[in-house]
Write a protein that binds this ligand. Sequence first.
Ligand SMILES: [Zn+2]
Length: 494
Amino acid sequence: MASEKKNEKKEELGITVSKDENFSEWFSQVVFKSDLADIRYGLQGFIVHREWGTLILRKIYEMLEREVEKDNHLPVLFPIAIPKHFFEKEKEHVEGFAPEVFWVTEAGDDKLAEPFALRPTSETAFYSMYSLWIRSWKDLPFKRYQSRICVYRYESTTRPFLRGREFLFFETHDAFRTHEEALKQVRKDMEILKNVVEEKLFIPFIFFRRPQWDKFAGADDTYAADTVMPDGKISQIGSTHDLGQRFSRAFEVKFKDKDEKEKYVYLTCFGPGIWRIMAALIALHGDDKGLVLPSSVAPYHAVIVPIYFKGKEGVVDEAATKLKEKLEAARYRVIFDDDKDKTAGFKFYKWELYGVPVRIEIGPRDVENGTAVLVRRADGGKVVVEVEKVGDELKKQLEENDKIIKKGSMRYHKIHEAKTLEEVKKLADKGGFIKAPFCGVDEKAESCADKLQEMTALKVRGVPLDSKENPGKDDRCIICGKKAKVLVYLAKAY
Ligand SMILES: [Zn+2]
């Protein structure tokens, strides 16, 4: 009976499909069962972020905020409402976003004199105010950001953390005196993304300059970070845009330069994809037991699970409470799961599902011996240590857990090479990137990209920033056969 009961609990709590066999279903189950999000709100594309997901997302936000503030950005919060006439100022921007905008046209019984949009992004909102705030070259560079907000886009297919009609956002908007400074910021944005996403979350990515036909609406150039998901498809996890002077001309963002002349600023904007980063975090590191979290984002570094025996609960609780206090004094985030109605086995499943990096087990025998058992989430590795040394050991085990996660994260990050369309077709379903010779990344090459996508569903993601890789002198564009100008990366994408 006892074991039957245990299995029942595992069934309701645990993940029932294998990540390698059915990634899509696995992802949905982890999102729901690990209390990240609930899609049953009843409005398509609008989800409820649940407790565990919100705690993790807060950590991601904190890390990004710290990084951009180090880079001299100051925080602001803009209205969600963008008046229609702001939108119409930059032609390409409005055309690009028009099909995705939610408009508010009525209030109460009245038709609004001017409709407003629920922001799909905030360029027009920011720059309308920058034209009032920026006056002189001494005001530049002018760097601001807003964080922990949502944007709204009318998407047809939606999926938690991958595509929503409402989704979490983070954006910086920077104004510069010269284009050189603006381009330096693009690199700085890439570093910020690396410092958080690669260094702390162990999500590998390639930073591309996008082809001219795949730019942000209203940008001179778009740069974006792509990561490979476990199903082999690519997900864009952040982008930064060189807006040149298009928006500053449209919004009259001018400054008086050193030579007393009025000039337009150069603008850049940067948006790490909060949801996409979350999706990659879940997808790349998780396993068949659920989430696996790096120590940087784990709401708790460790969970203490007491092993109760009848009559001995008191001593175990006392030892566990003391240990928790000691670890917290050493600045670890620790939870003591002392729920008397749940078995230790149930708690093991639960905290594994939540991806807490280290489990600390304490039973009556441990109390007698002055020991505790530490179990790593990433690989189940176990050590028994003296209670006095749990603090030092926890540090070691967190590092080891992170190391294992980091190593595993490269599993999906494949880059194949091809020279001909035939070779590309053979590799098209292997997942990851395919590096191939192409006739260009300017507008003239767009028709080749369209043909490729029609035939293979592969998209041209671009050329990595600072790439030193050039096509060989005999290399030909895989589509038109003209002499190849670039080596592009191709992939199927979300
Ligand atoms: Zn071509």
